[in-house]
Design a protein around this ligand. Sequence first.
Ligand code: ATP
Ligand code: MG
Length: 261
Amino acid sequence: MAKLEAKNISKRFMAHEGSEMQRFTAVHDINLIIEDEQFVCFVGPSGCGKTTLLNILAGLDKPTEGEVILNGRPVTETGPDTIMVFQENALFPWLKVMDNVEFGLKMKGVEKDKRHEIAMRYLDMMQLTKFANAYTYQLSGGMKQRVAIARALAIDPEVLLMDEPFAALDSQTRDLLLVELQLIWARTKKTIVFITHNILESVVLGDKVVVFSKRPGSVKKEIPIDYRRPRLPEDENLRPYYRQIIDTMKGEMDRKDDGTD
Ligand SMILES: Nc1ncnc2c1ncn2[C@@H]1O[C@H](COP(=O)(O)OP(=O)(O)OP(=O)(O)O)[C@@H](O)[C@H]1O
Ligand SMILES: [Mg+2]
């Protein structure tokens, strides 16, 4: 069953071209079906519109054309069913780590003890138990990102939209979380859309990898990854999938970047 659907989505922005403002197309005519409980990865050149599309899927931004369908209904604004983990972490600096993770639960009306228990479970998973009472400015970039992931998971949304959540992590933590996220996903049956620049990450995580073209971003190819889980990044059998994505992306790197109307 289709959980989330992008139908003919295009987005245009205004941008400076020298001294003039120019309208340009950031994403062009995107059609995508994301099945219930599917793990979908987006990869593509920087600036091709991945974050723009994710914002639109989350209902945080409106498309210029087209529509987003969630559970069979058009999305017009953000709701509790979809949660976004941002590219740059968006924690509340005035709240302690634990309170950041509990925030969404509080909004949902979960009572204090239960909230605390859930928050501690996810902080433990992210190996941050010791920092539960710290403020976010006392954490490193990677630690903050893990708090943001814990916060999103704690809310237990039906659809999780993640914008490069592992980009700021060291490779050991990333490898750990690559496996952990697959386990969480298998256990909780979430629908996940995950943007990454790391091709191996996309192959380890994705049921399918959507490769985007250069600006204006459109779907270049959807590559299914039919391989057993949990997958480990060092598994040699993932190589052919990796190659296929690299080859698909290669042509894009050489193409002229031009989204102007
Ligand atoms: N609010 C905005 N106003 C004007 N232009 C924007 C806006 N948001 C994004 N853009 C432009 O749209 C294009 C796509 O940006 P977007 O952030 O979606 O790319 P991306 O694929 O996520 O890139 P990266 O991989 O570097 O994160 C870029 O050219 C960017 O400058
Ligand atoms: Mg982005």
